[in-house]
Design a protein around this ligand. Structure first.
Ligand code: SF4
Length: 328
């Protein structure tokens, strides 16, 4: 037991593969395959990996927007996986999500004021319409918009402004944890930095905790305290940000870091080019799922799945290269 805000243990999300109209599925896509981690109050855990690695599925399963297949999710010491629908509704004010595409998640027929007031009244925040109106104005200011924007509709805003509205809706209900699922990947690079700064500012002023999911390691680096790297449904490395960048252990992490351009023209970085594509998750490779692309693979990698090892305090990696050294 830890005093973490969130404790995830052996989380699995498996999807049956359709075998035809009348056949029962015997094949599963292991979108999230035995993942464990915790998140301390006030920290940002970044989750990075290529598209299709299971990071968004994992984020949504924590909120039970997708039902987990197995495993435990403890939030504030309470098991989430067996909550009733009513209990889950209450929990959702404490755990919120910000989506990649704010436009798709905002009702186009409602003004911003109605969208935010609806979130407030659903969770019984604000005693009267007048009080909710004041709270809406405060929320807009908190995310860098003007209270004058309250009467406008979602289509009247730019992509960055819409994401600010998405964030305002998430913080409206005073959550302890926000899961940000690729919240800047649909935005121009110049706007991305502004939205990342909104997240950082709110973390300070409201004492928020984040799980920040992105495919771009430089985005995750900017906002995170610790970072988990996912590949084909597995968390292959997890450690604090400094350690990940100074001493990446997993060959996949090393390749991701080598792909970030250096800001210093005098520093020449050798880029590790991975061969091939991410394998089909319906039939992942035997042994270590990364082995067909791994420049360091050994014969054992083709047969046996690596265990997760804590190489040093708080630095976890799943790779055969470190299994022997951990047994010495
Ligand atoms: Fe590469 Fe083997 Fe480590 Fe997998 S277990 S990352 S194939 S060295």
């Amino acid at each position: 037991m830890t005093d973490a805000l969130l404790d995830v243990n052996d989380l699995q999300v498996y999807f049956p593969v359709n075998n035809g109209l009348f056949k029962k599925s015997s094949t599963f896509v292991k979108a999230v395959d035995n993942i464990s981690f915790s998140v301390q109050k006030g920290e940002t855990l970044g989750i990075v990996g290529e598209s299709g690695c299971g990071k968004s599925t994992m984020g949504r399963s924590i909120l039970r927007l997708i039902e987990p297949t197995a495993g435990s999710i403890r939030f504030k010491g309470r098991e989430v996986t067996n909550l009733s629908r009513q209990e889950l509704r209450k929990l959702r004010s404490d755990m919120q999500i910000v989506f990649q595409d704010p436009y798709a998640s905002l009702n186009p027929q409602l003004t911003v004021e109605s969208i935010l007031a609806e979130a407030l009244s659903t969770h019984h925040i604000g005693k009267s319409a007048k009080e909710r109106k004041e709270l809406v104005a405060e929320l807009l200011v908190n995310v860098g918009l003007s209270p004058k924007h309250a009467g406008r509709y979602p289509h009247e805003f730019s992509g960055g402004q819409r994401q600010r509205i998405g964030i305002a809706r998430a913080i409206a209900v005073n959550p302890a944890l926000i899961i940000a699922d690729e919240p800047v990947s649909a935005l121009d690079v110049s706007v991305q930095a502004q939205i990342l700064n909104v997240f950082q500012q709110l973390k300070k002023t409201l004492g928020l905790t984040y799980i920040f999911i992105a495919h771009d390691l430089s985005v995750v680096k900017y906002v995170s305290d610790r970072i988990g790297v996912m590949y084909l449904g597995k968390m292959v490395e997890l450690t604090d940000k400094r350690q990940l960048f100074e001493n990446p252990l997993h060959p996949y992490t090393q390749a991701l870091i080598s792909a970030i351009p250096s800001l210093d023209p005098d520093v020449k970085k050798e880029r590790i080019i991975l061969q091939g594509d991410v394998p089909n998750p319906i039939s992942p490779p035997k042994g270590c799922a990364f082995h067909p692309r791994c420049p360091m693979r050994m014969s054992v990698c083709e047969q046996e799945k690596p265990r997760q090892i804590e190489v040093e305090k708080g630095h976890f990696v799943s790779c055969h290269l470190y299994e022997q050294s951990s047994q010495i």
